[in-house]
Design a protein around this ligand. Structure first.
Ligand code: GUN
Length: 283
C-alpha cells in the first residue's frame, strides 16, 4: 500500500480534547454548561447507537445533553412542537433531530422548526443560506469534519481540483461551499454524472459521499490524490465505504479508512458547534 492512512479517530480526539478545554474555560469564566438536545423518532438500531455516542461525547467534553425519544408513529405536529419547545428553552444550546425520519414525517418542515441559532446540524434554510453566501453560521458537522481532516493532513486546498461525488444536503452541497471558500476548484458529481471515472480522475482531492459501496475504484483516482470516504454502507461483507479501499490505497497519496476516518469527525464537530452556540447565546 502506498497511501498514508488518515486517522480520523486520532484527529477527532484532538478536536474533542480542544473542545473540552474550551468548555472548561467557558464555564470557569462564568458561562453555563453547553447543552445539546437530541430527538430520535423510532428505534432504528444504527440511529440509536449514533445518538448514544453523541451523548457520551458530550459528557466526556464536560457538556450536558438531553434526549427525547419518540415512538415510530409520532405525528408531525407532536414532533414539531417538541423541536420548537427546545428552541424556546434557554437551557438548550444545540438541537439535533436524528435523520432519516420515518417516511410519514415531513423532514423539511421539522428542520424548518429548529431555531437557527441552535441548529448544530447546519440544516435550516438560514444556515444553509449563510454557508452558501460564504458568511459565518452553523456548518453541518460531517463536511466540516472533512475539512478538519484535510487541514490536519496538510493538504493545500488553494487552487486544488476538488471533486465531490454526492449532492446530499448533509454532505455534498455544504462541502461544495466549504471547499470553494478555501479556494479549491470544486466539481459536484452525482449518480447522473456521465463518465464519472474521468471526472473523478481530475481530482487532487476526491470526496466520496454517495452511499454506494466501493463505487470509487483505482481507475477513478489520480495518482497522488487525497481520497476522503464519507460512505457507511452495510453490506453482506460488513461495513464498507464508497471507496474500494485496498485498490485505491495503491494509487492515492492519502486515504481515510471506513470505519475510523470521517465517521468519528462528525461527533467532534457537533461538540464544536454546540460550544459555539453556547458562546453566542451568552454573548
Ligand atoms: N444521520 C446521519 N448523519 C446525520 C447527521 O449528521 N445529522 C443528523 N441529524 N442525522 C444524521
Amino acid at each position: 500500500m502506498k497511501a498514508s492512512i488518515i486517522d480520523g479517530k486520532a484527529v477527532s480526539q484532538l478536536v474533542r480534547d480542544r473542545v473540552a478545554q474550551q468548555v472548561a474555560s467557558f464555564v470557569a469564566g462564568g458561562g453555563h454548561v453547553p447543552t445539546l438536545a437530541t430527538v430520535l423518532v423510532g428505534s432504528d438500531p444504527a440511529s440509536e447507537i449514533y445518538v448514544a455516542n453523541k451523548h457520551k461525547a458530550c459528557e466526556a467534553a464536560g457538556m450536558r445533553s438531553v434526549h427525547h425519544g419518540l415512538a415510530a408513529d409520532t405525528n408531525q405536529a407532536e414532533l414539531v412542537d417538541i423541536v420548537r419547545s427546545f428552541g424556546s428553552d434557554e437551557s438548550i444550546d444545540g438541537i439535533l433531530v436524528q435523520l432519516p425520519l420515518p417516511d410519514h414525517l415531513d423532514a423539511d418542515e421539522v428542520v424548518d422548526s429548529i431555531d437557527p441559532a441552535k441548529d448544530v446540524d447546519g440544516l435550516t434554510p438560514q444556515n444553509v443560506g449563510l454557508l452558501a453566501a460564504g458568511r459565518p453560521g452553523l456548518v453541518p458537522c460531517t463536511p466540516s469534519g472533512v475539512i478538519e481532516l484535510l487541514d490536519h493532513q496538510g493538504v493545500d486546498l488553494n487552487g486544488a481540483e476538488a471533486v465531490i461525488v454526492g449532492r446530499s444536503n448533509l454532505v455534498g452541497r455544504p462541502l461544495f461551499s466549504l471547499l470553494l471558500g478555501r479556494n479549491a476548484t470544486v466539481t459536484v458529481a452525482h449518480s447522473r454524472t456521465s463518465d464519472l471515472a474521468s471526472v473523478c480522475r481530475r481530482a487532487d482531492v476526491l470526496v466520496a459521499a454517495v452511499g454506494v459501496a466501493e463505487l470509487i475504484r483505482a481507475d477513478f483516482v489520480k495518482p497522488g490524490a487525497t481520497v476522503i470516504d464519507v460512505g457507511m454502507n452495510r453490506t453482506d461483507d460488513g461495513l464498507r465505504g464508497d471507496v474500494a479501499f485496498d485498490e485505491v490505497a495503491e494509487v492515492a497519496a492519502a486515504i481515510t479508512p471506513v470505519p475510523g476516518g470521517v465517521g468519528p469527525m462528525t461527533i467532534a464537530m457537533l461538540l464544536e458547534n454546540t460550544l459555539h452556540s453556547a458562546r453566542e447565546s451568552a454573548a
